[in-house]
Write a protein that binds this ligand. Structure first.
Ligand SMILES: *Cc1c(COP(=O)(O)O)cnc(C)c1O
Length: 398
């Protein structure tokens, strides 16, 4: 028995949904993709959802839709998966890393202001924020600052499908109340999965159209969108049946139909997944409250939020316990408990040490020094939580 830090939950209905598509006519983009996109848009309360190959592709498409280009600057918090920075970097933007709250890993209004002060006001174009572990960034305050500087806003919501918050007004991650674009991943460890998969949600018609074009080579197939009328239409004005045109240098970032079918089936199970994550988290919190430890505590979700709880991050004072994180993790592993570190600060990654000005970000470093993600996924049993907490207690006692 080994408990990983996260894993997918696949039901017989999920399997049936995929198999049904495999027996049909479409393997790559067919009707199931549109069905999934509509269900996702409805679920998060956005006008459009554009499905694509993975969350990283979604970040790249978002960067293209914002029109980011070489020489532009983009602010990204240093604690996230690298792809948050790589998305805008693919289109040549320079990344300005922002610090985070040392106890939550979320970007704060003060950290955003500080990052803006290091940027060139003429070149700074956007900020990408991250709802780490599903816990929402204070978007009302963040968006107010960003908009005052004329910045576009992307929410990396790869951890946060199903997160709700209230900053004076109630909002939901993905509804784009406070951002231009929200980005999701459906990697197996995320809230719902399509194997590999991602999506962008937006209320902006123009950007939605552009991202659909860019994810499929940049090819327009609808006659209403043709720009070369001489090639596109017959002498009687009918569209030529073979005709399609390359309007921009796009990518092949499509999701397959069987992945989309899995996505729709999984999305139907989202309430069940969220409920299970909340129950397991409550059990962890109760057990940690009983431990009443100075050296072991859990990251808190912001007040007033209803987090999707993607990660169960403990903050461990390894120095206080007198053990290295590596030894701590290895001893937990011997007891059947898998853990992971989310994340190594991106500004410390060799590529970004080269490719960006390396600032001192004490909040990110302090979070990184203590964070340890514990097992949390819907198919975990209540007793598994007890196993993890007992193992932690034993390892911390030496
Ligand atoms: C998973 C993840 C991504 C990338 O998603 P992929 O689907 O793996 O490409 C980006 N940002 C964050 C915060 C993630 O957790």
């Amino acid at each position: 028995m080994f408990l990983p830090y996260g894993r997918q939950s696949i039901s017989e209905d999920d399997i049936r949904a995929v198999v049904d598509v495999l027996r049909g006519d479409y393997l790559t983009t067919g009707p199931a993709v549109g069905v999934f996109e509509d269900a996702l848009a409805k679920s998060v309360g956005a006008k459009h959802a554009i499905a694509c190959a993975n969350g990283t592709a979604a970040l790249h498409l978002a960067s293209l839709a914002l029109g980011l280009k070489p020489g532009d600057q983009v602010i990204v918090p240093s604690i996230s998966f690298m792809a948050t920075a790589n998305g805008p970097r693919y289109v040549g933007a320079e990344i300005i890393f922002a610090d985070v709250d040392p106890d939550t890993a979320l970007i704060t209004p003060a950290a955003l202001e500080e990052a803006i002060s290091r940027a060139d006001p003429k070149r700074l174009k956007a900020v990408f924020v991250v709802h780490m572990g599903g816990n929402p960034v204070p978007m009302a305050a963040i968006s107010k600052i960003a908009r005052a500087h004329g910045l576009k806003i992307v929410e990396d919501a790869c951890h946060a499908l199903g997160t709700e918050s209230n900053d004076g007004q109630a909002w939901q991650v993905g509804d784009c109340t406070y951002c231009d674009l929200a980005v999701f991943s459906f990697h197996p460890v995320k809230t719902i999965t399509t194997g590999e998969g991602g999506a962008i949600t937006t209320n902006d018609d123009r950007m939605a159209r552009q991202m659909r074009l860019e994810r499929s080579h940049g090819i327009e197939r609808e006659s209403a969108g043709f720009s070369n009328t001489g090639l596109g239409f017959d002498t009687d004005g009918e569209a030529n049946p073979w005709y399609h045109e390359l309007q921009t240098l796009g990518l092949n970032y499509r999701l397959t139909d069987f992945q989309a079918a899995l996505g729709s089936s999984q999305l139907g199970r989202l309430p069940e997944f969220l409920e299970r994550r909340r129950a397991l988290t409550a059990r962890y919190r109760e057990a940690f409250a009983k431990l009443n430890s100075d050296t072991l505590r859990l990251v808190e979700a912001p007040a007033g939020s209803n987090s999707a709880l993607h990660l169960m991050v403990a903050l461990v004072d390894f120095d206080g316990i007198g053990i290295s994180r590596a030894k701590f993790m290895n001893r937990l592993k011997e007891k059947g408990v898998g853990t992971q570190v989310h994340y190594i600060p991106i500004h410390r990654q060799p590529y970004y040490v080269e490719a960006s000005a390396s600032p001192e970000l004490p909040g990110a470093d302090r979070y990184y020094a203590r964070c340890l993600s514990l097992p949390l996924y819907p198919d975990m049993k209540d007793s598994d939580v007890d196993t993890v907490v007992e193992a932690l207690q034993a390892v911390a006692a030496g």
